[in-house]
Write a protein that binds this ligand. Structure first.
Ligand code: GCO
Ligand code: MN
Ligand code: MN
Length: 386
């Protein structure tokens, strides 16, 4: 099995992922700070294609213009040296105390105006770095008590900000699309746009909806007890899968951000199969971090593990899809028949025919789809006993 990552795999990591120092609500950092240059070199060494950043990961918060410029120029030099591309940019709208009540949906109008300004300034940076995708993860956009905000007003302000920022991108002629990243909770008690479904519906209300899609994350849908696979498939169907955050997570827990493929192996088999067979050409972005038990060596073990598990599952998916026993089991399950239209477009004459048709309900009730055998082939392939 060839587990060598290639640029066409479009694997990317955020600066904050391998840069994560293991701080959690109960304990201090356990690892030293990695310099951005060191992160980029390490990523290039393990075959990564792209890197993403929050404004504050790259340019010190509150720095002077000349310091920001120096930090940015150094990043650009290292991108050139390592051959990495900048695949996504985003704004830190959650760390600073200013954002404790939200950013784009804070009750305080000045906080909202500052947040929009912060995004605009980083959109300029994203454009300069050639990042095609700009992510909006609204970690602080939410409430602990529903008494504190009228959710309908909050959604109006969210929409207003995205409409405005879309206008800014268009006015500037930037080649950037937005990707909203849903999450149900953490750090807020309840976060607005909690799931893929909420976000898809919200996007349709936006002024520049054609340039706004999704950045779904494995951990976030799984926290809600939802199937990430189903969310991704629907986002694809609606042509809204602009970016994806890959990691791993046990159902119902806090946001664990585990190494991709370390927990939900079967779910991930189907996810990778979907991404690989659909022609999805966006970044495959690992938004995860190493266990807190790890030192810097463990961080690179973690990063290599994400890639290795993805490539191994892609290989398993190919083997599954070329197994003649799978083809037979799928024929029995009538998988291809679902692609055949049921009635076609409405016409009065076809409606007349349909109403006149007699279905043999005993025959239909006796149909059997052989899903046990089909799924066992899935398990056999994953376990390597096919
Ligand atoms: C989280 C989120 C973040 C975002 C990141 C980019 O739960 O912390 O997944 O990691 O993806 O801020 O927008
Ligand atoms: Mn997350
Ligand atoms: Mn994420």
């Amino acid at each position: 099995m060839d587990l060598t990552p290639r640029p066409e795999n479009r694997f990317s990591f955020g600066l904050w992922t391998v840069g994560n120092r293991g701080r959690d609500p109960f304990g201090e950092a356990v690892r030293p700070k990695l310099e951005t240059t060191e992160i980029l070199k390490g990523l290039a060494d393990i075959g990564v294609w792209g890197v993403s950043f929050h404004d504050d990961d790259l340019m010190t918060f509150g720095a002077t213009e000349s310091q920001r410029r120096a930090e940015l120029d150094e990043f650009k030099r290292t991108l050139d040296e390592t051959g990495l591309v900048c695949s996504m940019a985003t704004t830190n709208l959650f760390y600073h105390p200013i954002f404790k009540d939200g950013a784009l949906t804070s009750n305080d109008r000045d906080v909202r105006r500052y947040a929009i300004q912060k995004v605009m300034r980083n959109l300029d940076v994203a454009a300069e770095l050639g990042a095609p995708i700009y992510v909006f993860w609204g970690g602080r956009e939410g409430v602990e008590t529903a008494a504190s905000k009228d959710t309908r007003d909050a959604l109006s302000r969210y929409k207003e900000a995205l409409d405005y920022l879309g206008g800014y991108v268009k006015d500037k002629g930037y080649d950037i699309r937005f990707a909203l990243e849903p999450k149900p909770n953490e750090p807020r008690g309840d976060i607005f746009l909690p799931t893929v479904g909420h976000a898809l519906a919200f996007i349709e209300t936006l002024e520049h909806s054609e340039m706004v899609g999704l950045n779904p994350e494995v951990a976030h849908e799984t926290m809600s007890g939802l199937s990430f696979y189903q969310g991704v498939a629907q986002a694809m169907w609606q042509e809204k899968l602009f970016h994806i955050d890959l990691n791993d997570q046990r159902i119902g827990r806090f946001d664990q951000d585990f190494r991709f493929g370390s927990e939900g192996i079967k779910d991930h088999f189907f996810l990778v199969r979907l991404l690989e067979s659909s022609g999805y050409s966006g970044a495959k972005h690992f938004d995860a971090h190493a266990y807190r038990t790890e030192d810097v060596q463990g961080v690179w073990d973690f990063a290599r593990g994400c890639i290795r598990n993805y490539l191994a599952l892609a290989d398993k998916a190919r083997a599954f899809d070329t197994d003649p026993r799978v083809a037979e089991a799928m024929a029995r399950a009538k998988v291809a028949e679902l692609a055949v239209p049921s009635v076609g477009a409405y016409s009065a004459s076809s409606a007349g025919q349909l109403l006149a048709e007699n279905f043999d309900l005993d025959v239909l009730a006796d149909l059997s789809y052989g899903n046990e055998a089909l799924d066992q082939l899935v398990v056999d392939h994953i376990l390597g006993i096919a």
